[in-house]
Design a protein around this ligand. Structure first.
Ligand SMILES: Cc1cc2nc3c(=O)[nH]c(=O)nc-3n(C[C@H](O)[C@H](O)[C@H](O)COP(=O)(O)O)c2cc1C
Length: 192
């Protein structure tokens, strides 16, 4: 595939095959991510990948966060138990969860530069993955803003920001292309 086809054909993946991506390939895909532009060459991205047995504590931390912030009830009722169990099952079935984070900066401009660069990194990773048949879902979820969640996974909310959690694996189903608006609707060319 050439890069232009890959850009157009990559889709966000919501369902994955029960198959892990091997570490060598993950490293290759994330290496392509690092060719993202980065001001001052800070390469601010850091990645924690949870897979196999490593998912258990990670998923427990997510559920605990959902409970703290009221997205999942813990009242012991059959309905709540069922919801907790199905969320846990759903999350554990995702082959890999990649937490992408970076060091916070006090200076807003530096912070924005680092965040922008990490987002470029993420999109490079998605495209490199797609070239290798690996699909992803870029997620931004409420637990990313829960300081206790960060603590539970060994991060300090005062020092780092989670930019995204990527759900990752071989696609079970590739959604249809939703298309995009004509760029002319968004584009202004100013000539004088
Ligand atoms: C910053 C960001 C956050 C996203 N968060 C979610 C999410 O939490 N859940 C989800 O289902 N999709 C999420 N998406 C994926 C978008 O829904 C998806 O990119 C969009 O529907 C276009 O589909 P496509 O990627 O297949 O072209 C996110 C995308 C971005 C860029």
């Amino acid at each position: 595939m050439n890069i232009l086809n890959t850009i157009r054909e990559r889709r966000s993946i919501h369902t994955f095959k029960d198959q892990e991506v091997n570490t060598e390939l993950l490293e290759e895909i994330f290496t392509y991510g690092s060719y993202a532009p980065t001001h001052y060459m800070t390469e601010p991205w850091k990645i924690k990948i949870y897979q196999e047995g490593g998912k258990t504590a990670f998923v427990d931390a997510i559920l605990a966060s959902y409970q703290r912030i009221g997205m999942l009830k813990m009242d012991g009722s059959p309905k709540s138990v069922k919801m907790n169990d199905s969320m846990k099952k759903f999350l554990l079935e995702i082959p890999h969860h990649a937490v992408i984070y970076f060091e916070k900066k006090e200076d807003l401009i530096r912070y924005e530069e680092e965040y922008a660069s990490v987002c470029a990194f993420i999109q490079n990773v998605q495209l490199a993955g797609w070239e290798h048949g690996v699909g992803m879902l870029w997620t931004i979820t409420p637990y990313m803003h829960d300081p206790q969640f960060l603590k539970d996974i060994g991060l300090n909310n005062e020092k780092v920001k989670i930019a995204a959690v990527m759900q990752l694996g071989y696609p079970d189903r590739v959604p249809k292309d939703k298309g995009r608006s004509p760029i002319q609707d968004k584009l202004e060319i100013i000539t004088d």
